[in-house]
Every structure is written in structure tokens, then in C-alpha cells.
Ligand binder design. Structure first.
Ligand SMILES: NC(=O)c1ccc[n+]([C@@H]2O[C@H](COP(=O)([O-])OP(=O)(O)OC[C@H]3O[C@@H](n4cnc5c(N)ncnc54)[C@H](OP(=O)(O)O)[C@@H]3O)[C@@H](O)[C@H]2O)c1
Length: 342
């Protein structure tokens, strides 16, 4: 059944993609409106050939029988406005980390736990963190077949993970460095151009244990989505001067033996996964190739020879953080809701 949809944060990196993905996937829409901050009010947006005007977000934005809210705004704004929208009958799919770990808010990656969409007691479903979404799409099929005991993950996350302002700052800084010009940074805590930062997010990143909040999300969200609190996860999240796509080097320890050939066969049949793994032709997933793609790509599948009995693998995984890591996954959640209703 077609829905009355509100896109909240429609001018952002994720919000702009919501609009394109609703079009691409022919999501059934009976009415739609686009909301952002006051700064953007009145700006034009095109959807299915029609021009709409951005409205400023207020408590009244959700009056009028709106049914589905695709939210992609800063966490504090989500915290405030998602419950208001839900109280007016809007089912909110929220991209921020405001509600992800709350017990009565499902955290959903449809390839893994689509059934959880029925548990949205508060009228809010959370979209997981971008690096977690890509990872669980790739590892859950292996977990189901061979039981994962432990993951050691290093992420290499693109600057679009910070939104349009992250892309803009990295590109301008790159030009400034090449031109040997001074550069005033606002977003990243250190030079981002030609550099790798072992810190995500940019501010208030580190907890008492020395891990960043991004790293702890990878642990807690993975367990919640996969419904398995026994999986051990240790991780280092880094920001790299790449515009789109997060790349992840993942070491997996299994309970049962798993060879690279078995893993390739399992992943070849897994929903949302493409295996690209032929080192004889130097074929493996690359951020520049995966950008704009819906699937999560896996390659460089090798036995971890430091473990006995073929109980470990190393894999290289790349997914588009704005598509599967954010907007696409949120639209797929909405599609899973529609499927449950029909
Ligand atoms: N980028 C990613 O890979 C990614 C992945 C997963 C989740 N997320 C989450 O998605 C959310 C948005 O991220 P983004 O990358 O799209 O950021 P972005 O490019 O900076 O866009 C932010 C959006 O939020 C709107 N906004 C900001 N302040 C607002 C306010 N006071 N009232 C109403 N709207 C406001 C902006 O509107 P204006 O243009 O009018 O300022 C814009 O539409 C964040 O919570 C982020 O953590 C991002």
C-alpha cells in the first residue's frame, strides 16, 4: 500500500540519496514532502519529475496523516523530533545513533533480521552505523554456516561518512596542500588530505577504555542485529581520504572449519553480497568501483594460517556507506515493513 512519506534531512548526503533510491526502487508513495533546517527552506527538490520545496523542520511537520518518516539529521535533532513524529502516527526510520541501542527500538539490516521490523513498539526503527551494516551483510551468512567466535576488524572509512561537509573539507584541503596554501580546518581534528586518522567521530570520540564511540558501535550493534551476544569483536576504525565507500579488513575466527572455497560458495549465494576475488587477475573490491553500488563486495578471502584446523579467514569487504550504509538500508527497512503489512 502506497505511503505518505516525509523525508527529513532531505538536503544532506544521505537525504539526497533517499530521494534517488525511492525513485530507483519505485517505492510506493501516495504523497511526499521534504524537510530540512530553516537554512534550506524554499529550496527546490525534484522527485519523479515534479518539483517540491523544502520545508523547515518544526513540530507541525508531521501533522496531516503522514505515515513514514525517513530521517537523516543530526542525532540531537532526531532525539527530539523522532518521538514527536511517532506520536503523530509516523513510522520513523532513523539514520542517527539516537535510538540504536534502546531495547524497544529494533536495529535492522533486512538481509539479517528483517523480522525485527515488527517490533517497533515506539514507532521508531533504527538504521545501524554505516560500517556495521556492510560488515554484517558480509559476515552473517558465514556465521549461520560456521558460527563466528571472534572478529578483528580494521575499518577504512570515507569522508562522506561525515556528510557533505566532510567531502567538501577533504577536497578543499587536498587542493590547499597541493598549492602549498594555508588551510583552516573545521570538521576533521587533523589534516585529512593525504592522511589516515585513527579517530571517528571528529569530536568527543574517546571513551574511558580508549576506544572510540564508532568502534564501540561496531561491537554492540553487530551483536544486537545478529541476535548473538557471544560474538567477540575487537576493532580499530580509521578515516581515510576516500570520498565514498568504507573498506574493512576483517579477521574471522570460527567454531567450525571454514576454507576460502567454502566461504566463497556461501557468500556467492548470500543476499546483498557479491564476491570479487581473483588475485590472479588482481581482482578485489575497490572503493572507487563499489561507489554507487547496492551490494556489499567481498574479496581477498584467505585462510588465517595462524589458527589451526582452518578455523580462521581474512577477508576484505567494501560497501557504499551512503547507499547500503545509510539510505538504501533505510528504504529496504521500509520495504520490509510494507511486506509484513501485505
Ligand atoms: N554519511 C553517512 O555515511 C551516514 C551513514 C549513516 C548514518 N548517518 C547519519 O545520518 C544523519 C545525517 O548525515 P549526513 O551524512 O546526511 O549529514 P549532512 O550531509 O550534514 O546532512 C545533514 C542534514 O540534516 C539537516 N539538518 C541539520 N541540522 C538541522 C536542524 N537543526 N533541523 C533540521 N534539519 C537539520 C541538514 O539540513 P540543512 O541542509 O538545511 O542544513 C541536512 O539535510 C546523521 O545523523 C548521521 O550520523 C550518516
Amino acid at each position: 500500500m502506497a505511503k505518505k512519506v516525509v523525508v527529513v534531512g532531505a538536503t544532506g548526503a544521505v537525504g539526497e540519496l533517499f530521494i534517488r533510491i525511492l525513485e530507483e526502487r519505485k517505492f510506493p508513495v501516495s504523497d511526499i514532502k521534504f524537510v530540512a533546517s530553516e537554512r534550506s527552506a524554499g529550496k527546490p527538490v525534484t522527485f519523479r519529475g515534479q518539483t517540491y520545496r523544502i520545508e523547515a523542520l518544526t513540530e507541525k511537520s508531521f501533522d496531516g496523516g503522514w505515515e513514514l518518516g525517513l530521517f537523516s539529521i543530526p542525532k540531537d535533532m532526531s532525539k527530539r523530533f523522532s518521538p514527536i513524529a511517532a506520536s503523530k502516527g509516523v513510522l520513523v526510520v532513523d539514520n542517527s545513533n539516537a535510538f540504536r541501542m534502546e531495547a524497544d527500538v529494533p536495529l535492522v539490516v533486512p538481509e539479517v533480521n528483517a523480522d525485527d521490523v515488527t517490533k517497533a513498539e515506539r514507532g521508531i526503527i533504527a538504521n545501524p552505523n554505516c560500517s556495521t551494516i556492510g560488515m554484517v551483510v558480509g559476515i552473517n551468512p558465514l556465521h549461520k554456516a560456521k558460527r563466528i567466535k571472534r572478529l578483528v576488524v580494521t575499518t577504512m572509512q570515507s569522508v562522506s561518512g561525515v556528510g557533505l561537509k566532510g567531502i567538501d573539507e577533504m577536497l578543499r584541503e587536498t587542493r590547499a596542500v597541493l598549492d602549498k596554501q594555508a588551510f583552516q580546518r573545521k570538521i576533521f581534528p587533523h589534516q585529512m588530505a593525504f592522511n589516515v586518522l585513527p579517530q571517528i567521530p571528529q569530536k568527543d570520540a574517546f571513551g574511558a577504555n580508549g576506544y572510540t564511540s564508532e568502534e564501540m558501535k561496531l561491537l554492540h550493534e553487530t551483536r544486537k542485529i545478529m541476535h548473538d551476544d557471544t560474538i567477540r569483536v575487537t576493532m580499530t576504525c580509521t578515516r581515510v581520504p576516500v570520498v565514498y565507500c568504507h573498506s574493512e579488513a576483517i579477521n574471522i575466527e570460527f567454531e567450525q572449519p571454514c576454507t576460502p572455497a567454502e566461504a566463497r560458495a556461501i557468500l556467492a549465494k548470500a543476499p546483498g553480497v557479491k564476491v570479487l576475488d581473483d588475485v590472479s587477475r588482481q581482482l578485489y573490491p575497490l572503493a572507487v568501483d563499489v561507489a554507487g553500488k547496492d551490494d556489499t563486495y567481498v574479496g581477498r578471502i584467505r585462510q588465517d594460517e595462524s589458527l589451526d584446523g582452518n578455523r580462521g579467514l581474512n577477508i576484505w569487504l567494501v560497501s557504499d556507506n551512503l547507499r547500503k550504509g545509510a539510505a538504501l538500508n533505510a528504504v529496504q527497512i521500509a520495504e520490509a515493513v510494507l511486506a509484513k503489512e501485505s
